[in-house]
Design a protein around this ligand. Structure first.
Ligand code: GLA
Length: 374
């Protein structure tokens, strides 16, 4: 597919006045903690979504949007009259229309515009293609219409797009990562206070991200069920967020009914693992960080039950390579990608080796996302 075959000028007959982008993200550790008020540690991947934009001719309230990933068909809608799409192939337009819908609801002044979108972030891979689309698109609108929005508020509005328009009850991690994280440094975010800090990956290590080839979706049942289970656990413990309990509460948590007890245990121990991971990164200790990756995966598999056999196989194959410090499922789960911490200088070769072993054993078609570019 020649995705770059039509320029903005060729589609709309004039030049773009703004070009904005946002990266996809990979979460190093801190999974299913964001909607519990906990800690997360995502970083950016090199693949980005790029949005070129210009205002429409004066007085026109129409949005015209065209995507390189969808053959450059031009979709048109009226701002303020956004509607959810019914066909699966147009689902990406929900993120677009959701952004203008929420901005208008929040009182921002938008006029008509033309937009050309090109996403390099693979979809359904658990690497936040939707947040990268929302963030890059909202940034383009911010520049085009001079919206007064800082990067944190922008991320919060993108979460609202997911929650209130798309209907996915996702947390704040993905839009915050797409809005604020950089390649090579992780964003240590406290989702309760919204305080954040940049932390560097240890110098002796680098990252691999491999997509399992089994697609994941957030609007599915599993994610929302986990959220509901966390709410039930809070009710049983007499608290409002699982963030309010810590390691010393584990004996009390163990007395909850089995499923709730395991869900809460994952969140509590995962929060602790994020703190320990930050300490390991600051101490330049990839071995300890790798151990924490392994513990996190086990917890997601056994206690939170968001892994699937293909992902477990991929993690197992990765973990058995001598250059690998640790590996784990990343993102919401039920498919998607894994993140691997590996000895510096070996990522290109080791990633190909793991992908080949996994393809042979599973029959799936894995993709190495990192190291990689577009
Ligand atoms: C998805 C959601 C995030 C977060 C992760 C799990 O990626 O969008 O908000 O909850 O799952 O850590």
């Amino acid at each position: 597919m020649n995705t770059l075959s039509k320029t903005f000028n060729e589609i709309f007959g004039h030049a773009a006045t703004a070009t904005e982008h946002a990266s996809g993200r990979v979460n190093l550790i801190g999974e299913h903690t964001d909607y519990n008020g906990g800690f997360v540690l995502p970083t950016a991947i090199p693949q980005q979504t790029i949005v070129e934009m210009s205002k429409a001719p004066a007085g026109d309230r129409k949005a015209r949007v065209s995507s390189a990933n969808q053959g450059f068909k031009v979709h048109e809608y009226e701002i303020g009259k956004e509607a959810k799409q019914t066909s699966k192939e147009d689902h990406w337009l929900d993120y677009i229309q959701g952004v203008t819908c929420i901005l208008v609801k929040e009182g921002f002044e938008l006029g008509g515009f033309h937009a050309r979108i090109h996403s390099q972030v693979p979809m359904g891979s658990g690497l936040s293609s939707s947040a990268a689309l929302e963030v890059s698109f909202m940034r383009a609108l911010r520049t085009t219409f001079g919206l007064k929005l800082d990067d944190v508020r922008l991320a919060q509005l993108c979460q609202k797009v997911e929650n209130d328009f798309v209907g996915a009850r996702v947390g704040i991690m993905d839009p915050m990562a797409c809005s604020l994280a950089d390649v090579g440094t992780a964003l240590f975010l406290d989702t309760q206070s919204m305080e954040y800090k940049q932390v560097k990956v240890p110098e002796a290590a680098e990252l691999i991200v491999i997509n399992s080839g089994v697609a994941h979706r957030n609007v599915g049942g599993g994610y929302n069920t986990r959220r509901a289970e966390c709410e039930s656990a809070c009710e049983a413990l007499g608290i409002t967020l699982l963030r309010e309990v810590g390691m010393s509460d584990l004996p009390r948590v163990a007395k909850l009914p089995d499923v709730l007890s395991r869900r809460a245990k994952h969140v509590i121990t995962e929060n602790e693992r994020v703190l320990q991971s930050v300490a390991a990164m600051n101490a330049q200790d990839p071995v300890r960080l790798g151990e924490l990756f392994k513990e996190s995966h086990l917890s997601m598999k056994q206690d939170y039950e968001v892994s699937i056999p293909e992902i477990d196989l991929l993690v197992e194959l990765a973990s058995s390579q001598k250059e690998v410090y640790g590996a784990r499922l990343t993102g919401g789960g039920f498919g998607g990608s894994i993140v691997i911490l590996v000895r510096k200088g070996t990522a290109v070769e080791v990633s190909q080796r793991i992908a080949a072993l996994y393809a042979k054993a599973s029959g799936e078609k894995p993709t190495v996302i990192v190291p990689g570019g577009t």
